[in-house]
Design a protein. Structure first.
Length: 483
């Protein structure tokens, strides 16, 4: 087997106690992917044929999360704890006699990108080392293993914080948990790792000292951006990682031609896509598989989840999930588009409007105070303020079908199932229980009747009655004056 072959081992078997979570640590999410998903994605791009993910805690959930990466093989860790044991079971699962390099990554170190892995690998091969550590200089190194160098400046060993003397703990060069090893040297050294340490675990980091004692070369290179070495062990670090990733994603889109006015309050998942000349205003979240086409203006105060936005559309102070917003459509302020809401080109969902599982045809408008559910709306329709589709009768959901160029009067209720023909109109306050044929005007409210003097007679002594008396007196005075 070729010496330059590459295997990648990703450690993901730990519980992550410090997260205090029922979700395994590596399945916590930042930027729309799991921590482990970020690591696996970067690893996959290196083109190795041997990518192994070590699992144990909640192994089924972790394995399931890898469904998008068919090339990746899960390896089970046994009851022996520690990163050393995790690496050992993965190495044992490589093809017999594998003599290439082994890149070891941590499932909880999500921000390091493939370029850095490549640089590490190049340096390792250039120096012909047996192990090369990716280290980082941190102003606050607490919690990390420290890289201890000898008088000549060569890496002597890594010491874990819990096992460190005060002097060792003051070292600011930390182990990022990313390393590359010469396969056979790693296998030999792991066989000699014990559990005689503060945590009673097989430490992968012991391999450095063992290799060094055997006269083998151990090197370290510094991560180009120390912040990417961040390991996620608790929720504070999770938020730190999310923020750093978001800064990276926002910057990437800015350089691709997207105007993002306030990077601090804009959150864009790594999984979303935007085109040049999109504008994103403050307090906006663009999440999941959302996509935004050129010229669209999103925000302020807007959240898009798995939502497609067409060119030139405007979405202001609104919330959309699994929705499709057509080109030049306008949404908000204060609209709520739920799963299956589809606005065709130039359609409008206005203020205090909720739409779900419905299509709104080209140029059609639902401008004010409405609920539209399980509805098909044709083209050129205007639903007056306060339109409600009553789609649920306590047993089943029913559809409302509204043809082209329909105008409904304010406060119309459509009791589904019901159909409104093309060009039809409804009167204000209509309750539509029966189909309306094309071109008809549907009225359901009784003609208005005014019962004169009712208030003065039945509500004598109230402010309303007094106001009414004054009004009548004033009328009489005017009448007299005119006579
Ligand atoms: C580890 C390193 C430390 C380094 C830090 C970088 C060791 C002993 N220490 O410490 O030097 O500075 O990472 O972030 O390696 N895991 C397993 N099986 C296990 C235990 C852990 O697969 O039995 C996995 C975890 O799921 C995790 C990774 O290994 O993804 C690291 O484990 P963790 O317990 O977080 O190690 P740290 O204490 O952070
Ligand atoms: Ca860790």
């Amino acid at each position: 087997m070729a010496e330059n072959e590459l295997a990648i081992v990703i450690l993901a078997a730990g519980q992550g106690t410090r997260m205090r979570s029922s979700t395994p640590k590596v399945l916590h999410r930042i930027g729309g992917r799991t921590l482990l998903g970020h690591v696996v994605r970067q690893a996959e791009s290196l083109g190795s044929e041997h990518v192994r993910v070590v699992v144990r805690h909640e192994r089924d959930r972790v394995v399931e999360s890898l469904a998008d990466f068919p090339g990746v093989v899960a390896v089970d860790q046994d009851e022996i704890p520690g990163t050393g044991r995790a690496t050992q079971v993965a190495v044992e699962a490589l093809p017999a006699g594998f003599a290439g390099d082994v890149l070891v990554l941590s499932g909880d170190v999500p921000l390091i990108e493939a370029d850095t892995f490549r640089a590490l690998l190049d340096e390792h091969r250039r120096r012909d080392a047996d192990a090369t550590i990716l280290s980082a200089e941190l102003a606050d190194p607490s919690g990390y293993g420290r890289v201890i160098r000898d008088d000549a400046g060569m890496v002597a060993r890594i010491v874990e914080q819990k096992d460190a003397t005060a002097e060792e703990a003051s070292v600011t060069e930390i182990n990022s948990g990313v390393y590359v090893f010469r396969g056979p040297a790693l296998r030999d050294a792991l066989a000699r790792v014990g559990t005689d340490n503060a945590q009673g675990e097989m430490y992968l980091t012991d391999v450095m000292r063992i290799l060094r004692d055997a006269g083998r070369g151990v090197a370290a290179i510094s991560a180009p951006d120390a912040r990417t070495a961040l390991g996620v062990n608790d929720r504070v670090q999770l938020a730190d990682a999310a923020r750093i990733l978001n800064q990276r994603v926002v910057r990437r889109w800015q350089l691709e031609g997207v105007t993002i006015l306030d990077p601090q309050t804009t959150w864009i998942d790594d999984t979303a896509t935007l085109e040049a000349d999109v504008t994103v205003l403050p307090n906006t979240h663009i999440l999941g598989a959302s996509s935004v086409a050129t010229g669209a203006v999103i925000g302020p105060d807007t959240s898009l989840v798995d939502t497609e936005v067409g060119a030139g559309a405007t979405v202001r102070r609104s919330d959309a999930t699994l929705a499709v917003i057509g080109a030049h459509a306008t949404v908000g302020p204060w609209a709520y588009l739920r799963a299956g809401a589809e606005l065709a080109d130039s359609a409008k969902a206005g203020t205090f409007v909720e739409i779900k599982n419905s299509t709104v045809g080209e140029g059609s408008k639902v401008p004010h105070l409405s609920y539209v559910g399980d509805t098909t709306i044709g083209v050129g329709v205007n639903l007056g303020a306060g339109a409600i589709t009553a789609n649920y009768d306590d047993v089943a959901k029913h559809r409302t079908e509204i043809g082209d160029h329909v105008h409904s009067g304010s406060h119309t209720v459509f009791i589904a199932p019901v159909r409104i023909g093309d060009g039809a109109k409804t009167g204000a306050g209509a309750v539509i229980r029966k189909d309306v044929p094309a071109g008809s005007l549907a009225l359901s409210v009784a003609p208005q009747r005014n019962i004169e003097g009712w208030v003065e007679k039945n509500r004598a002594g109230t402010a309303a009655a007094e106001a009414s008396e004054h009004a009548h007196d004033a009328e009489k005075a005017t009448d007299v004056g005119q006579e």
